[in-house]
Ligand binder design. Sequence first.
Ligand code: KIV
Ligand code: ZN
Length: 508
Amino acid sequence: MKNKTPPFTIRIFDTTLRDGEQSPGVSLTIEDKIEIANQLSQLGVDTIEAGFPSSSEGEKKVIKQIATEKLQPEICALSRANKPDIEAAIDCNVDAIHVFIPTSPVQMKHAIGMTPQQVLDAAVDSVAYVKKHGLTCEFSPMDATRSELPFLKQVCQAAEEAGMDRLNVPDTVGIMTPKTMTKLIQEIKTAVSVPISVHCHDDFGMAVANSLAAVEAGAQQIHCTINGLGERAGNASLEEVVVALHMLYNYKTKVNTKLLYSTSRMVSALTGLAVQANKAIVGENAFAHESGIHTRGVAEKPLTFEPIKPELVGRTRKLVAGKLAGTRGIKAELEEIGIRPTEDQLKDIVKRVKELGDKGKMVTDADLIALTSAVMGEVLGEEKIIDLCDLAVMTGVKVLPTASVRLVLDGKEYVAAETGVGPVDAVLKSIQSLTNSIEKIRLKEYRLEAITGGSNAVAEVVIKVEDEKGNVVSARAAREDIVMASVEAMINGINKCLLKNRKQGNKK
Ligand code: KIV
Ligand code: ZN
């Protein structure tokens, strides 16, 4: 760990709503964008890049709306280096305008068809125009990292003379390494005196490392996105950048790290882009331990295998049962929900867990409880908090798959009906529409694990459900009827999630 006293503060420029929304397949509604902007404000970012006003009337409307929310962060809009774009941004009543224009030979020639002189003039005129309107101007020489250094410096100097407030250095196609980024920032610092920012893309998986190298070389701001969303392979991930700055570099940011996980979950739910399980900080497995030596270590002293305290980023530790699990890990996992087997019972439970794991099966939370019940007798009580009463599904040619379910939750009856892309989707949506509004439990993952035989084959469904706090519970069911296997797994998972929560004294 590097020590710098006093720690100095790095600005976090969040571009989830702009570059993040450029992630292939992502399209956010006005309501989604406003919800995310409010969350980013709570999180404590310094700037929210709310969008690109000239891209559409709808985009302009959202940015205007975000600007009226009176949020804490500076609200910024992206603009090409031309008057109509800048006017569209001014129209949105934002605090800052981020003006960009390509400066690399390949992009000047093939992306905008302009000569270097035209680019230089457009940059100067645009920065001056923004400043004439009294707004903060951040300027980006796009594709800076593939630009010729003398020309890049010339454009940056001219933009500074025209009044730019911050210079952002985009690694547009993510080709830098920490070493080349350090050198480039040192060079640019000799040309301009305004604060320097970096905007790194992750094409080679180097966006976070390159952003941190830029900071070490003197950059004072990092562009990043929640979950690393963004064009192609994405941008530097905000959660990774912030935690690394705080913990490895002893720099400060204004970000409240305890909100990182909930923000990541919200953005994943609204964008529909899942976070990979092994992603640092916010991935499902980032604080999960399975192998015997690890679970024993963390159960005794978390520091053994946890470089980051889960609470620091709004998470909890998860010990996972599986073929690599050890006795202490499974004991600790069961103790978490108030189950205390004897030594002999524990040995038997561990043996059964390993047998299941050796068959190549994922050992779900519900499996662990079922195996424990088989050894100790019913461990979480006979009662089902949620139970299915009726289910009707309709599907066919020219019929929109529709399902209606009646279920009992805490002794009270609820009915819901939903349509879906198929009967399984419709029925799971119906169950979710009830559980999500009553107990805030939603389906996180659905897998059809094994199908054997002919048309009467057994289908095995494994699901994961997630509660409000981000606790994930897995369950499985196997049946000849895929719809019924899905419903059973879902109800099973929701029950285990509720039972676990209530055993831990979290009854709502
Ligand atoms: O990647 C990039 O160069 C950009 C610019 C608009 C800054 O997103
Ligand atoms: Zn970008």
